[in-house]
Design a protein around this ligand. Sequence first.
Ligand SMILES: [Zn+2]
Length: 322
Amino acid sequence: MKLQPWLMPAWNVLADALRTRRLHHALLFGGPHGYGKRALADAFATAALCTQRAADGSACGTCRSCVLVAAGSHPDLVHVTFELRDDGKPRTELTIDQMRALGQRLALSSQFGGLQIAIVDPADAMNPNAANALLKTLEEPASETIIVLVADDPSRLPATIRSRCQRIDLHAPTHAQALEWLREHGVDADVAASTLAASMDNPGQAEDWIEGDALAVRAECLADLAALSASRARVAAIAERWAADRPGVRLWFAADLAREEARLIGSGRRGALGLTARTEIPKLAAWFASANRARGLLSTTLRTELVLLDLLRGWPAQPGKT
Ligand SMILES: [Zn+2]
């Protein structure tokens, strides 16, 4: 097992807890999407179930437990994630039935006589009823069980759940670590550098984007915002297009483009979005915040197109063209 170097501080905390058998019965892995929380949770679960751990705390990879974990069939490891709906599409939230089933499962004793591990991912997608059901399990933990909650945004979990978990926070990679990791995954140096810049050095996010055509999407967002600056585009048409195709990714890029524009204007240069006046800087900063807020609203019941319309109407246009 080789974990990314920026995960090692968190791994060391976990390996130490395994070694000294001072394990909290509930762990909360928090940090942005793309930092490797899932890889860390899997490595931890595998090590916790392994019967011949290495000196550094990692799993041996060859014992019966390790083989079963790798095959996805270890009886004492439970993954709770989105179920499929009747129409075959995944649900967008974790449900009370799933959490009740988890509680019942963990109340039984382990099949191999060791620990039982449950990974709930993404835990911040539990609806309120599901969270209440999980809380009951956390309040009366069965012995020799560990529940790992994985969440991009732990603040979305109820405080009553967070307070019952040991928090494992992931460190951000340095630019050099992220770059090297992408290079090791066969990504061209120039592509790696430009994608990392757009993703604020988030290697997992950058890799997702490289696998998709996200850089083309970014170029589209840039063209759309530049057209808005020049009053050459209709807000409604852009909102409709963005809503139809990866609105979350577009909002991420749009926010980043606004931030970059403000930085360039601030250093006396001309940005790619056509805004030039220093008076635009605070407006861009406010828009950056609005775009990030709008991204958070995409997972709510608000209509995506309306969220985008509202945001794009607030785009700082050039003086005289508002
Ligand atoms: Zn093993």
